[in-house]
Design a protein around this ligand. Structure first.
Ligand SMILES: Cc1cc2nc3c(=O)[nH]c(=O)nc-3n(C[C@H](O)[C@H](O)[C@H](O)COP(=O)(O)OP(=O)(O)OC[C@H]3O[C@@H](n4cnc5c(N)ncnc54)[C@H](O)[C@@H]3O)c2cc1C
Length: 448
């Protein structure tokens, strides 16, 4: 019995059904979840459109005549709807083919083995051996932010906004915030970013964050560093964000990207004695809650809020619940090996141990780095920005982590992620014969 049909829930459903379980999934909105409707898919679809625009804007460097692309909001909205529809249909039909029963409604726990689905036709009670809670999360709206869905927006109002901003103020400089800065800057909007710390992407390796910051400055993004937003005021078509240091960022629209809160309310956790911490449901490495046959996956588990992590949790829950692999340690979740990316320009991706964290821990590491400037393919692409950095164990050569800044970083990091997960060494990467000319060749150089 699965509550929530996002990446965590639908992956658990699919794997369990594939291994012979009878699966019922309750979803109150859309199968695919927030990930498909508001988060990963629309944001990356908009970024791809922005990427096409900036590529065309650099046409001169590719030997073409001048091209001056402009955004067409109606066309963009139609593109987003079509992508959402295609992905939604393929996920739904996969689950249907696997005989997962989908209930459209809101699910909650009534007892340890009883789930209630509230649907348009009334209540249905279902008995279950195993329950998976994967209700996801929603944007955090601070009490000082009078969101109106028109000019003061959460990320969910932005796909695309009814009117393209002439000047967008983005509050929050984590992954979501900087992706929105990049996206709207590519569309030709003026953008101001309110950064509460001294570094954009405060969780990232400082060298990586500095590369993005340099690019933002080059593209005339205004940075309000060390400024914490305190209130937002709308006056007709203008919106002002007042910061604690007295500065005011004024634009036509504001997007809040200040984190999310888990959808654990209303799940009936009290009925089974599951306690939350700040709204998140604590889980063990097999994603079990404090009630062993009730699992939790995805954002509600308070682990890395990534679709890829939610999917992996869903898969591991299905394997564990069905007793497929309990004795194999790697079947536990290992969040330290999760690759992640920031879909900006240049793209940023990393996995495993970061150089800065290793230094902070006083750990001996070897760091090797090559700039893309040295890559023939990067020059061919007319985009030699960025670098590859590999962190390895100086004694054994085992790859411990890596960061990539540059075009296709999110794809290239897969090789480093594989090395980190499989315990491969820098020599294994060096000995791999990559295609020439490709950006991947720079990985082999970085592993030297
Ligand atoms: C702007 C943005 C961009 C992002 N981009 C990326 C990205 O590029 N890559 C990446 O890996 N991650 C990305 N993320 C994070 C990613 O979207 C989440 O980590 C992921 O959606 C979590 O999956 P989930 O299964 O926990 O929940 P969700 O995707 O939120 O799905 C949960 C589902 O449960 C349903 N639900 C909730 N409560 C109930 C209930 N009681 N009964 C029935 N149904 C219920 C909801 O309707 C929803 O459909 C992004 C996040 C944001 C905000």
């Amino acid at each position: 019995m699965i509550i929530g049909g996002g990446p965590g829930g639908n992956t658990a459903a699919s794997y369990a059904a594939r291994h012979g379980a009878e699966v019922v999934m309750i979803e109150r909105d859309v199968v695919g979840g927030a990930a498909h409707l508001w988060d990963c898919i629309p944001s990356k679809s908009m970024i791809a459109t922005g990427g096409a625009m900036s590529f065309l804007a650099r046409a001169g460097g590719m030997g073409l005549g001048d091209v001056s692309p402009r955004i067409d909001v109606d066309n963009l909205a139609a593109r987003l709807a079509s992508i959402e529809d295609r992905i939604h249909r393929s996920t739904s039909s996969m689950l249907e083919n696997q005989n997962v029963r989908l209930i459209e409604g809101t699910g909650s726990l009534k007892g340890p083995h009883q789930v209630v689905a509230e649907t348009a036709d009334g209540l249905e009670e279902i008995e279950a051996d195993v329950v998976v809670l994967s209700p996801g999360s929603r944007p955090r709206i601070p009490d000082w932010a009078p969101v109106d869905g028109e000019r003061i927006l959460t990320t969910r109002d932005a796909y695309p906004p009814a009117e393209m901003p002439d000047h967008l103020v983005v509050v929050g400089s984590g992954v979501t915030g900087v992706e929105f800065v990049h996206m709207f800057k590519s569309f030709g909007c003026e953008v101001t970013l309110v950064v509460s710390r001294q570094q954009v992407l405060p969780q990232k390796d400082p060298e990586v964050a500095a590369a993005l910051e340099a690019d933002f400055l080059r593209r005339n993004v205004k940075l309000f560093k060390g400024a914490r937003a305190q209130s937002i005021e709308r006056d007709g078509d203008r919106v002002s964000v007042h910061c604690d240091d007295g500065r005011v960022a004024t634009g036509s629209h504001v997007i809040l990207a200040v984190g999310s809160i888990p959808n654990s309310d209303g799940l009936g956790l009290d009925a089974v004695g599951i306690e939350t911490v700040d709204g998140y449901i604590p889980i063990d490495p097999y994603c079990r809650t404090s009630v062993p046959h009730i699992y939790a996956a995805g954002d509600v588990s308070g682990k890395l809020p990534l679709s890829s992590v939610a999917q992996m949790q869903g898969r591991k829950i299905a394997e564990h619940a069905m007793g497929l692999t309990e004795d194999r340690p790697h079947r536990q979740m290992d969040y330290d090996k999760a690759a992640s990316a920031v879909f900006t320009e240049p793209e940023i991706a990393d996995v495993g141990l970061a150089e800065a964290d290793a230094f902070a821990e006083g750990r001996k590491i070897r760091v090797t780095k090559v700039p893309f400037m040295a890559s023939a393919k990067a020059v061919i692409n007319d985009d030699p920005r960025g670098f590859i950095k590999i962190v390895s164990d100086p004694a054994t050569g085992v790859v411990l982590g890596g960061s990539i800044v540059g075009r296709h970083a999110a794809e290239l990091i897969a090789i480093v992620a594989l090395a980190v997960t499989a315990g491969l060494t820098v020599h294994d990467i060096q000995e791999s014969l990559f295609v020439h000319p490709t950006l991947a060749e720079a990985l082999a150089d970085a592993a030297e």
